[in-house]
Design a protein around this ligand. Structure first.
Ligand code: AQP
Length: 332
């Protein structure tokens, strides 16, 4: 709780162009919390460097990710929007929490296992301790809820464990956060390999629909989406490709699966894929338009970053100074 309001916190890495997975699993849902909660939405650039980035690209994507937050309707007057590396308390708390996190716990994180397999030549300590930095992000703001896709659930659960452990040793310090996972958009799958999560860092651009893809590109990608040899548009086991397309269509239209099955009864996969592509492109068109407008105004984006960082630092430093005192550091 902050100022009598519950707190919602989440972040997205500027580690690539944002996908409809990031959008449906996280970003689209952020604004739902703006009225009832005190909200913090961060561009987590420190997380992004756990995988090698081209510096100029990282800088560019940091602006772009913030512009996308705004283009998706997050008003900076109502939501604290900021960049992680602008608030040093994140890195400082992460170090402290490292000392309250077990090696075994981090070894069990599935994202670490996946990413270390994918980046076998750069299995750095940051990749391993990524969930501790994420715990620091969340716990600094006395967060109650963390809206995320299902892939991040394990990390939020670890943040809970760390909070409970620290509170147990030193008395109540951190609010224990809850992950909030959206019902349908929690895991959007790759269009090329529908048993694999859609990821912004996927090397196959046809596997991924980016929020900023133009209409023709979106439709082309959906037309090429991998499905199966069946013909029925039905949500069923073994039909991963169709299940994924139905999920995406459901997220954009609000329709339930049985309604979608009735809508496309007797119709072919081609017609369905076209409908999903057109719906997705049309829903994203206003976001793209607003993004293009905002990106031209770098000064405005920097003002949002500065104001957001100042506000975030105010709350973060309150928690950090409490933590410093509890663990026994001398505060001058
Ligand atoms: N495919 C997805 N379906 C639903 N939600 C997703 N998220 C990511 N992919 C999907 C959610 O988006 C938020 C931000 O994710 P992130 O940038 O912190 O990192 P990530 O989960 O590792 O996302 P990516 O796209 O897979 O990034 P890379 O390729 O850099 O690793 C989170 O809430 C996440 O759950």
């Amino acid at each position: 709780m902050l100022n009598d309001k519950k707190v919602s916190y989440s972040g997205i890495q500027p580690s690539g162009n944002l996908t409809i997975g990031n959008y449906l699993g996280a970003l689209k849902n952020f604004s739902e919390y703006s009225e009832k909660y005190k909200t913090f939405y961060c561009v987590v650039d420190e997380h992004a460097i756990t995988v090698r980035q081209v510096p100029a690209e990282l800088r560019k994507r940091t602006y772009e990710t913030l512009a996308l937050y705004l283009a998706c309707g997050l008003d900076p007057e109502q939501n604290c929007l900021y960049v992680q590396s602008h608030v040093p308390a994140h890195a400082e708390l992460a170090w402290i929490l490292n000392c309250y996190t077990m090696f075994g716990e981090l070894s069990r994180m599935t994202q670490f296992k996946d990413k270390s397999a994918k980046h076998a030549n750069n299995v750095n300590a940051g990749l391993f301790t990524y969930p501790v930095l994420m715990a620091a992000d969340i716990l600094l703001y006395q967060t109650d809820v963390v809206p995320v896709g299902i892939d991040q659930k394990q990390h939020v659960e670890l943040a809970r464990d760390i909070a409970v452990r620290f509170n147990g040793v030193y008395s109540d310090t951190f609010t224990v956060p809850e992950p909030i996972i959206s019902k349908t958009g929690k895991k959007i799958m790759s269009l090329a390999e529908p048993t694999k999560k859609m990821s912004k860092s996927d090397e196959n651009a046809n596997a991924v629909v980016y929020i900023l893809d133009d209409k023709d590109t979106v439709i082309r990608k959906f037309k090429r989406a991998v499905t199966d040899s069946d013909t029925e548009i039905k949500y069923a086991e073994g039909k991963d490709g169709i299940n994924n397309l139905m999920t995406i269509y459901s997220c954009f239209t609000g329709k339930e699966f049985d309604e979608i099955e009735r809508e496309f009864a007797g119709k072919g996969y081609g017609e369905f894929k076209l409908a999903v592509g057109e719906t997705c492109a049309d829903c994203l068109a206003p976001v793209r338009e607003e993004f293009n407008r905002l990106l031209k105004d770098k000064a405005y984006l920097e003002t949002v970053m500065k104001n957001g960082a100042a506000e975030a630092a105010y709350y973060a430093n309150k928690t950090l100074s409490k933590v410093r005192r509890k663990v026994g550091f001398v505060n001058l």
